[in-house]
Structures are given as structure tokens and as C-alpha cells.
Ligand binder design. Structure first.
Ligand SMILES: O=C(O)COP(=O)(O)O
Ligand SMILES: [Mg+2]
Length: 220
């Protein structure tokens, strides 16, 4: 019997250029246990990924800010505080960095994501004034409420599924996966992972990106 999976998306199911690795279509739809996509991306991204991969829509989005499981949606985090801090960041000369349409935040409901090109020092200064934190995933800075974590989202998912977090195998690549690594039974950081994820993982893989992820899935 294969274990349930909790999988990060960016850096874990993608290639180095950020594109989805097509091999996800070979392994995930037929996985004989729950697969939870846990991401820092806004809610619609993992939902559409489930839809197009052919997986039940079981997702932890926005770093735990939004959870969808078994037709239930729950929210965590103070979006208004994040918006106020983002507005202040912009008023002090910062730029969220996503252009006018801002498809990165347009459908984001519990936090704000900021481009890695942004003024990090200013962002952290403003965040602390609003009692928010900044998480650097390697893909964006996330201006978010402390205590909102992917692991809390996974625990919520487990309340609906007949599993415990320790039953899960987790694979991820960055700071926002460390909480998940702390609650699952077995955790893997892909070789391209950041230092926080590597330190939190039970095992650091030799292979990067989807090569690393596939090596775990094949061993299970
Ligand atoms: O949206 C990000 O910043 C990173 O997304 P991820 O959690 O799927 O890697
Ligand atoms: Mg990632």
C-alpha cells in the first residue's frame, strides 16, 4: 500500500524554469492514496492543477491560508492586515512587482505575494509593523499572518480524511515546506531546496525538481 502524499508545487513538481513537469500526469492520477497539493500559490492554481491532472480537489493553498477538502473550504490568516501592509509598502515606494493585472494576487484571499525583485528590507520593516511575517519561498515573498502554515492546513485535511499527518510522505523545496516536514511521517527535500527545507527534511535527495520527486515516488 502506498502512503498518502503532500506535495509542494513550485520547485518540486516543476522544472528549473518553473514549468510543470509532464511526468506528474504519469504518476499522480493513479496514486492509490490521497494526494494533497500544498502550495504558496493562490487558491485557483492548485485547484486547476488537480482538475487538469485528474486528481480530487484536495489542496492547501496560500501557505495554509485556504484549505479545500471533501467539498469544504476553510480560511486562515488576516487578509486585511496583509492588504494594509502591502498598501503601506507601496506608499513608501515599494512595488509588488506583478504588473497591473497582478494575476499573482488577483484571486489571493488570505495573504499578499510580492515579487522577489522587491525591496526586501522595506517589506520586512513594514511587515513587522503590522505583526505579519515574510516568507521567502524562492518564488515570491509572502506577506502573511504568523501561525498560518501548510502543516496546519494538512492537519485540517486529515480531520476530513481517514488519515493522520504522520501517515503522509511530504516532498518540498523551501521554507514554506518546513512546517509540513515537521508533522508528516517521512519528509524529503529535493536537491534544489533552500537551507531551511533541507534542515527540516528527514532526507535530502540527490536529484533536483521532479527528478527528485519521482525518485521518492518510485521508491514508495
Ligand atoms: O508560490 C510560491 O511562492 C511557492 O509555491 P510552492 O509552495 O508551490 O512552492
Ligand atoms: Mg516550493
Amino acid at each position: 500500500m502506498v502512503p498518502p502524499l503532500v506535495l509542494d508545487i513550485d520547485g518540486t513538481l516543476t522544472d528549473a524554469a518553473g514549468r510543470l513537469d509532464p511526468r506528474v500526469f504519469d504518476v499522480l492520477p493513479s496514486w492509490d492514496a490521497p494526494v494533497v497539493l500544498a502550495t504558496g500559490k493562490a487558491f485557483p492554481y492548485p485547484v486547476s492543477l488537480c482538475h487538469y491532472i485528474g486528481l480530487p480537489e484536495t489542496v492547501v493553498a496560500e501557505n495554509g491560508g485556504v484549505v479545500l477538502v471533501d467539498d469544504h473550504v476553510t480560511y486562515a490568516g488576516d487578509r486585511e492586515a496583509a492588504q494594509a501592509a502591502a498598501d503601506e509598502f507601496v506608499a513608501r515606494g515599494g512595488d509588488l512587482g506583478w504588473g497591473g493585472a497582478d494575476t499573482v494576487n488577483r484571486w489571493r484571499e488570505t495573504e499578499i505575494a510580492v515579487n522577489l525583485d522587491a525591496d526586501e528590507a522595506l517589506l520586512r520593516e513594514v511587515a513587522s509593523e503590522y505583526d505579519l511575517e515574510v516568507v521567502d519561498t524562492g518564488y515570491a515573498y509572502h506577506l502573511k499572518s504568523p501561525g498560518v502554515e501548510k502543516a496546519v492546513g494538512l492537519e485540517h485535511v486529515c480531520e476530513f480524511l481517514d488519515y493522520d499527518p504522520v501517515d503522509f510522505v511530504a516532498i518540498g523545496d523551501s521554507e514554506n515546506d518546513a512546517s509540513t516536514f515537521g508533522v508528516v511521517g517521512q519528509s524529503y527535500a529535493v536537491a534544489n531546496a533552500d537551507d531551511v527545507a533541507k534542515a527540516a527534511a528527514d532526507e535530502v535527495l540527490e536529484e533536483s525538481y521532479m527528478d527528485g520527486t519521482l525518485s521518492v515516488l518510485e521508491s514508495l
